[in-house]
Structures are given as structure tokens and as C-alpha cells.
Design a protein around this ligand. Structure first.
Ligand SMILES: Cc1cc2nc3c(=O)[nH]c(=O)nc-3n(C[C@H](O)[C@H](O)[C@H](O)COP(=O)(O)OP(=O)(O)OC[C@H]3O[C@@H](n4cnc5c(N)ncnc54)[C@H](O)[C@@H]3O)c2cc1C
Length: 407
């Protein structure tokens, strides 16, 4: 959409082909329906948040950075606001306003929009003497060929396939001779083996430290928020973990530990327990943790501690307190793997960036063929960075095409 909007107000025949009956189905669900469309940060911060292949993004984000993106949307009539963590949203809190802005920008141009039209494959001309292969158009589902001197593949990844991103672009890339790196769901929940998480479903924890160990080696440690799902864990810390650790998470060899009380070391926590126990000496253990923990996790902690909840707290031994402290400081979970594409915010992996010109997004193998957005092997953390990748790469592609047309 961004590419069509930017290309269309020139004397060019531009066609935006979308297989859905409407534009922006995925955009609609972004940012929990509010669309965190970029992050108001400098380029260095942006690049730090790109997990895979940040160097590839260097040129195109310099040419169309988050501030240029904000300006573009503001110039096209969308009021914006910036929230915690520099996350940028439409002032209306409605992702539909972002879609409307793009649609309006496209309407003001000469671009034609073909909805409900599936591209079956990319058509490439046989190489002529002295030159390599070049794109000549796209074949539609009904067999028609739409001829074109330039084709920009912006088909997204494989996540949330119900929005239309079913990985077609990876096939287009392979069929035209490109390498596609292994793809995985990313920015997704992590499923765990422990059945007790079901009882914690919906519990959200703030200010905890989540660590992950692969074969006893620490691979992640961060303070923040998380939540329990029916069969695992999710929330900001877990999404970041999933983006950084895809291969280990997929193999299911990861141990995850939650420090429920990161502000207290073991000694302090023991003193705190003793104080709480002392205040209600005759209370049952089952009722003695309510000042320390959210209520829904207390029965699980009691069960895992092996201490009978009907015991009076004054009978709990030092050894038993130590076990309890270990549970609170290192609440252990075993990763069974990452949630699938249906639940993943993005797809990690994609069109091999070594075969794409980072300034123009043009394939180095097929002249006139461009790739933009999530189909590329570039991905970022949450915060508006993934959409910024889509905007910057689309702008790079379109500016390069316009330059080529102008000779
Ligand atoms: C639940 C959720 C929330 C998210 N929230 C945010 C957020 O707040 N901020 C952020 O930065 N990122 C967010 N993301 C990620 C972001 O939405 C994507 O990275 C971004 O949309 C990728 O843009 P794209 O244009 O490459 O692909 P898409 O937005 O997936 O668009 C690709 C389009 O191509 C069409 N298409 C595919 N194949 C064909 C074909 N063969 N023929 C015709 N049309 C085809 C699809 O129907 C689709 O409309 C979120 C993702 C999800 C799933």
C-alpha cells in the first residue's frame, strides 16, 4: 500500500494487487487494533531493535526513517501520538484510520487497485544476450498475465495466515531462483510442559525477571512483564525471548526461570517470609503468602513447595523456607517450543538479503523484481519496528523504480 501510494501519482501505470476483498487486513489487527505504526527513535535505536540483518536496513532507513514515516502519515492527514517506549499510534487509537490514510493516498494517485485478485506467480523473461533475466509481469489465478517492467513483492510472511500472508512471496522468490532462509514463527508465545500453567491462565506479572537457559548456558535475562496462557507464557518478555531464541525454542531444549521477587535477594526474601509468618503465627501456610504473591499463583506455589497448606506457619522449618525461596526466585518452566504461525506476530527468516540490493530492494538476480516488507529476511522486536521495516523497504523500492523510469 505504501509503495502504491508513493508510486501512483506519477505518469506510470501502477497496479496494486491484493488477494483479499479489502486492503490492510493485517494492519487492522496490529497493535491490538491500535496499530503501533512506527517508533519515534533515532536510526541507531531502530537498528538495535532489528534482530536479524540490521545492516541490510541501514541505507533504506536512513532514506526513510521513523520521522519521515511520521511526517508522511501526518502530511496525508493522520494525527499521531507517541506513547511509552516511543511507540507511535494514530491519535484516534484506531488502526482503521491508518488503513484509511493509505487508501486515501492511493485514491489520490493514478494507481489501480485490484482486490480479490491472487497472484499465482512472477513471470520472468528469458535472458537476452548480454543481459540477465528480467521480470515481465505476474500471472494471476485465472491465468491472465499482467505485464510489467517492475514488480514489487510485498506479500508479507506466514504469520496470521488468515490475514492473507500465507507465504506466497517465499515461493515467488524460490521460483525465480532466490534463496529463502529457514522461516520460523517469531514474536510468539512459548508453550511449556508444566500442566499447572493452565491454572494460571490470564495471570499477568509485572516487574519480574525472566531468564532462559539452553543446556545450562544462560541465553536470556530481562526484567519486565509477562503473562500465563492456557498452555504456556506470553507477554512482552516472552515475545522478545521468542524473537531472539527461535532455534532453541523450536527444539524444546530450553529451561525458563521466573524470578518473582527480583527486588529481594534470598536473604532479604527469607527475612520477609519470617516477618510475614511471624505476624500470623497461627495461620495456615495456605493463607500466609497473600501479601507476597498474586492470589492465583499461591495454590501452585504451595503445591510445588511440597509443604502441606494446612500446616501452621510457625511449624515451617528453615529447610522448607529455603525450598520456598528457590521456587519464588527460580520458578521453573520447560519450553516445549514456540507457538505456531497462527499466533505469531511475525515470521523470522525469508528472502536471502544477500541477493537483494539494500539501497533499492531490487533482486540481484532478476532485473525489475523488488522485495519489500516481511517477506525479506529481516525482523525486529515489538515497538513499531516491524512496520517501519515495511515502510522503509517499500519506499526504497519505489524510489528506485521511479529513478529507473526517469533514467
Ligand atoms: C497480531 C499482530 C499484531 C502486530 N502488531 C504490530 C504493531 O503494532 N507494530 C508493528 O510494527 N508490527 C506489528 N505487527 C507486524 C506487522 O503487521 C507486519 O510485520 C507487517 O504488516 C508486514 O507488512 P507487509 O506489507 O510485509 O505484509 P502484510 O501486512 O502481511 O501484507 C501482505 C499482503 O499481501 C497479500 N498477499 C499475499 N500473498 C498474495 C498473493 N499471492 N496475491 C495477492 N496478494 C497477496 C496479503 O493478503 C496481504 O494483504 C503485527 C502483526 C500481527 C500478526
Amino acid at each position: 500500500m505504501m509503495a502504491a501510494a508513493a508510486a501512483g501519482n506519477r505518469d506510470l501505470k501502477v497496479t496494486l494487487i491484493e488477494k483479499n476483498e479489502k486492503l490492510g487486513k493485517k494492519l487492522y489487527i496490529t497493535g491490538k487494533g491500535r496499530c503501533n505504526l512506527t517508533n519515534e527513535c533515532d536510526n541507531e535505536t531502530f537498528l538495535k531493535n532489528v534482530v536479524r540483518n540490521p545492516k541490510f536496513m541501514y541505507s533504506c532507513v536512513s532514506a526513510f526513517d521513523p520521522h519521515a514515516c511520521m511526517e508522511w502519515f501526518a502530511d496525508n492527514g493522520l494525527k499521531l501520538k507517541t506513547e511509552r517506549g516511543n511507540r507511535v499510534f494514530p491519535a484516534s487509537d484506531r488502526s482503521s484510520d491508518v488503513i484509511k490514510t493509505l487508501e486515501r493516498a492511493i485514491t489520490l494517485t493514478k494507481a489501480e487497485v485490484k482486490l480479490g485478485t491472487l497472484v499465482k506467480n512472477i513471470v520472468v523473461k528469458e535472458p537476452e544476450e548480454g543481459s540477465g533475466p528480467a521480470v515481465s509481469g505476474v500471472r494471476l489465478m485465472n491465468g491472465d498475465i499482467l505485464t510489467a517492467d517492475y514488480v514489487c513483492v510485498a506479500t508479507g510472511g506466514s504469520s496470521y495466515p488468515s490475514t492473507g500472508s500465507t507465504g506466497d512471496g517465499y515461493r515467488f522468490a524460490r521460483e525465480t531462483g532466490h534463496n529463502v532462509t529457514d522461516t520460523y514463527p517469531s514474536l510468539a508465545a512459548v508453550k511449556v510442559s508444566e500442566g499447572f500453567v493452565k491454572r494460571l491462565e490470564g495471570l499477568s506479572l509485572k516487574n519480574i525477571v525472566l531468564s532462559a537457559y539452553d543446556d545450562h548456558k544462560r541465553v536470556y535475562k530481562e526484567l519486565g512483564e509477562m503473562l500465563f496462557t492456557a498452555d504456556g507464557i506470553s507477554g512482552p518478555l516472552v515475545l522478545t525471548l521468542s524473537a531472539l531464541m527461535t532455534s532453541q525454542l523450536s527444539s524444546g531444549s530450553l529451561k525458563i526461570y521466573i524470578d518473582l521477587k527480583p527486588g529481594l535477594d534470598e536473604e532479604m526474601l527469607d527475612a520477609r517470609l519470617l516477618r510475614d509468618f511471624d505476624e500470623g503465627r497461627n495461620r495456615y501456610f495456605a493463607n500466609a503468602l497473600d501479601k507476597l504473591l498474586p492470589s492465583s499463583i499461591i495454590p501452585v506455589i504451595i503445591e510445588l513447595s511440597g509443604i502441606d497448606g494446612k500446616r501452621k506457619v510457625n511449624s515451617i522449618t528453615k529447610e522448607e523456607r529455603r525450598k520456598l525461596i528457590t521456587l519464588l526466585k527460580s520458578f521453573e518452566l520447560t519450553s516445549k517450543g514456540i507457538a505456531g504461525y497462527n499466533e505469531a506476530v511475525i515470521t523470522r527468516g525469508g528472502v536471502d538479503i544477500r541477493q537483494v540490493n539494500p539501497k533499492t530492494m531490487e533482486s540481484k538476480l532478476v532485473k525489475g523484481l523488488f522485495f519489500a516488507g516481511e517477506v525479506l529476511d529481516v525482523d525486529a522486536l515489538t515497538g513499531g519496528f516491524n512496520l517501519q521495516i515495511a515502510w522503509s523497504t517499500a519506499q526504497a523500492a519505489i524510489q528506485a523504480i521511479l529513478k529507473d523510469v526517469d533514467g
